[in-house]
Design a protein around this ligand. Structure first.
Ligand code: NAP
Length: 315
């Protein structure tokens, strides 16, 4: 089994930023950037288009390009990057054991940055190779400003805070935003729910679900089913946005760290997890902000926390 001072599990802004800091601190980090499971190497930005809110890029930057630059920066300072998924870990005692697809490493300290994956619905027309990323997306804030959505009827699926937030965000571009919810009461907090109900450009479609998405090159229509009377209506649509929550990528931990009820890693004092010597950054521990820049920030914090913890062990 290989030995390392620090293993970083997961990539994206958090993992790469943790690696940049750790490598520059001469910790020779090994980074498992992932391969197939959960998200993709580079995280959620790999599936988005233009990122306009990451500081330092006044003209915007494509998500995959930003992640390629972060990866290069991590490699430049000596991070060993493995394009492998971590299938399981053994955190029962130190050194911690990490079991990758091909490589197994014993680490003195570990940073987890495996992110979260936006949940998608299996609707006819919404899949890869259909209209996914051609009008169907799971991130209004990332994709909503694209020209294809301008002045169109847009549909947001979900009834939680994310759905309301995304619907309100989309009103800047849309002709009208329809919030499609499967029940007749929103899950969102009262203040957010009121915001949706009062907004002149938002209409809530209660007890409804989208059962089919059609179009040519991009989305043109949806089939909306009323769950009370099972009637199906065909409607014009410029886009469909899933806002039904995220799934943190924590299954590989197999219950070894404390998680909240939604599966996110619980952290305290910065990025400390429930096991001393194991830290977490990025969306895997953040169900509130979930931005590239906050992920990079907490990745940096995790590297500094790990470095200080290692220094403390050696004295
Ligand atoms: P959420 O609260 O879990 O809401 C998910 C919504 O999607 C629910 O309304 C749910 O419907 C619906 N849904 C789930 N599965 C579905 C399916 N298969 N088909 C149709 N609809 C489905 O998730 P979230 O809105 O992403 O929020 C996650 C957490 O982040 C919450 O704690 C939230 O308060 C927080 N958050 C806060 C803010 C803010 O304060 N500004 C913004 C975003 C998120 P049901 O209601 O019927 O279950």
């Amino acid at each position: 089994m290989e030995k390392a001072k620090l293993v970083i599990i997961g990539s994206g802004p958090a993992g790469y930023c943790a690696a940049i800091y750790a490598a520059r601190a001469n910790l020779n980090p090994v980074l498992f950037e992932g391969f197939m499971s959960g998200g993709v190497p580079g995280g959620q930005l790999m599936t988005t288009t233009e990122v306009e809110n990451y500081p330092g890029f006044p003209d915007g930057v494509m998500g995959p390009e930003l992640m390629a630059k972060c990866r290069d920066q991590a490699a430049r300072f000596g991070t060993r990057i493995l394009t492998e998924d971590v299938g399981s870990v053994d955190f029962s005692k130190r050194p911690f054991k990490i079991f990758g697809g091909n490589t197994q490493v014993e680490a003195e300290t570990v940073i987890i940055c495996t992110g979260a994956t936006a949940k998608r619905l299996e609707i006819e027309g919404a899949g890869d190779g259909e209209f996914w990323q051609k009008g169907v997306t799971a991130c209004a804030v990332c994709d909503g400003a694209a020209p294809i959505f301008r002045n169109k009827d847009l549909y947001v699926i979900g009834g939680g805070d994310s759905a309301v937030e995304e619907a309100v965000f989309l009103t800047k571009y849309a002709k009208k935003v329809f919030l499609v919810h499967r029940r007749e009461e929103l899950r969102a907090s009262k203040i957010m729910a009121d915001r949706a109900k009062k907004h002149p450009k938002i209409e809530i479609l209660w007890n409804s679900e989208i059962v089919k998405i059609t179009g040519d090159q991009i989305v043109q229509k949806i089939h909306l089913k009323n769950l009370k009377d099972n009637q199906i209506q065909e409607r014009e649509a410029g886009g469909v946005f899933f806002a039904i929550g995220h799934q943190p990528n924590t299954a590989f931990l197999n219950g070894q760290l404390k998680l909240n009820e939604a599966g996110y890693i619980l952290v305290h004092n910065g990025t400390c997890t429930s096991i001393e010597g194991i830290f977490a950054g990025g969306d895997v521990q953040d169900w509130i902000y979930r931005q590239a820049v906050t992920a990079a920030g907490t990745g940096c914090m995790a590297a500094l926390d790990a470095e200080r913890w290692l220094a403390h062990q050696e004295h």
